[in-house]
Design a binder for this molecule. Sequence first.
Ligand SMILES: [Fe+2]
Ligand SMILES: [Fe+2]
Length: 228
Amino acid sequence: MLIQPSASKDRTLQTSEPSPAGHALKADDLLPESLHQFLACETPKAWLQWALENPATLLIDHAQCEKKAASTAMSLLYRYVDQPLLLSKMSQLAREELLHFEQVVALMEARGVAYQHLTASRYAEGLRRHLRSNDPERLIDVLIIGALIEARSCERFACLIPYLDEELAKFYRTLVKSEGRHFEDYLLLARQQTSDSIDERIAFFVAREAELITSPDTAFRFHSGVPA
Ligand SMILES: [Fe+2]
Ligand SMILES: [Fe+2]
């Protein structure tokens, strides 16, 4: 089972620091340095506490995220058949995300967590609403958003690991490695779309992402903001 948080849902205890689990697993050594520089903010402690209070929703929404990541990669495979590097990277990525999906679902089954439908968090839509309409600008935006989602997932896994039971912590360490690589691949593909600098566009999305991560949110999800 997931390690339960030290605090209950009591308002007065909600701000207390979560307690680390009884193992020494961390993932700071696995996070690419470029990822720290890329994201504008760290995951707030309030989200971490929220996650530890909702272990079943964390796993179910995590499974949803892996499935969605595979499906996003698949849609790029259909749309951009003239880009060999994109095709090979997205094909590999889709396979890895589906493997992650299977692994999360197996963990849920072993832990008696019933898979049920969850409404999507505001996060992905909050980024996609800024997509420009026409290619190559639209594709550049999709790839930057892909890089951001992978980077945040990677950072959140690393942030959770010290507080999770050993089995889940070990699994999330393997995910930190692959999602870190996915972040780098998305960014490489985004930069490859144009000879112009895309730094300004990256900065725009990085700022929007940080707003979604640090502002109050109504429902707990893997990519949600902080409790309202
Ligand atoms: Fe994944
Ligand atoms: Fe990924």
